[in-house]
Design a protein. Structure first.
Ligand SMILES: Nc1ncnc2c1ncn2[C@@H]1O[C@H](COP(=O)(O)OP(=O)(O)O)[C@@H](O)[C@H]1O
Ligand SMILES: [Mg+2]
Length: 219
């Protein structure tokens, strides 16, 4: 599967390089600059789809280390803000300075947050407001991601974590299934509440002290 990733990513990197050069040579007033930007965004999107497909086909084993969840979440928020630059969307982050370290795979939890944030961005209509908040509740570190987007019809809720379930024309339906799998491998859980037309709230619970031997290590 890693070979397949290279087969797709290498030509894409080639295209991205050419686009970069073309973009640099365009006069500042050229209308083609917009097209260059579109192509760059589409390349980012293809890369993400390839990552999601590969991650689904062959999950990476967790690499768990004690670390500050505030930092992991902050990195994902910064990346999501970049993705939302062209839209009237604000993403607020409330860290929890008192949060104990959490044993987690920071790359994979980063992926979880990014998937939740991209969904929140895509659900936003008009002025989007997305809130990310870290908290501690009993034996869990908690990450709350809420948006004021279109919401999820109650009859869709049972389906949203299923692989390949999507209501988007260009969705893969893999984001939430990956997110849930990663969180469950950390012995945590994801809860969702949503109100149609008002917004959605995803809450990730990660235990501070999962029994070490019990954290799933894929083979
Ligand atoms: N924040 C959200 N607001 C509204 N709907 C959402 C949100 N997050 C997820 N969904 C719904 O869940 C579906 C599955 O999400 P996901 O697994 O990330 O796949 P994709 O984003 O590719 O559609 C989405 O197509 C959408 O219908
Ligand atoms: Mg998604």
């Amino acid at each position: 599967a890693a070979g397949l990733a290279h087969e797709i990513r290498n030509p894409l990197a080639g295209i991205a390089g050419v686009i970069e050069i073309i973009g640099r040579d365009l006069p500042p007033t050229s209308t083609a600059r917009g097209v260059v930007k579109d192509v760059r965004q589409e390349i980012t999107r293809i890369n993400r789809i390839v990552s999601d497909l590969l991650e689904t086909a062959r999950p990476r084993p967790l690499q768990v280390r004690p670390g500050d969840l505030n930092t992991t979440v902050e990195h994902a928020v910064m990346l999501a803000r970049q993705q939302a630059l062209s839209k009237p969307i604000t993403i607020d982050l409330k860290k929890d300075p008192a949060l104990q370290e959490v044993n987690h795979d920071s790359d994979q939890i980063h992926q979880v947050l990014l998937n939740l944030l991209l969904n929140a961005i895509q659900a936003s209509e008009g002025k989007g407001s997305i809130q990310v908040e870290l908290q501690h509740r009993d034996e869990n570190a908690v990450i709350v991601v809420s948006d004021n987007g279109r919401g999820i019809p109650p009859e869709h809720l049972p389906n949203i974590f299923r692989p390949f379930y999507t209501t988007k024309g260009n969705g893969t339906g893999l984001g939430l299934s990956l997110a849930r799998r990663i969180v469950e491998e950390h012995r945590g859980r994801i809860e969702v509440t949503s109100s149609l037309g008002h917004g959605s709230k995803f809450v990730v619970f990660l235990p501070f002290h999962p029994p070490a031997a019990e954290i799933a290590q894929n083979d």
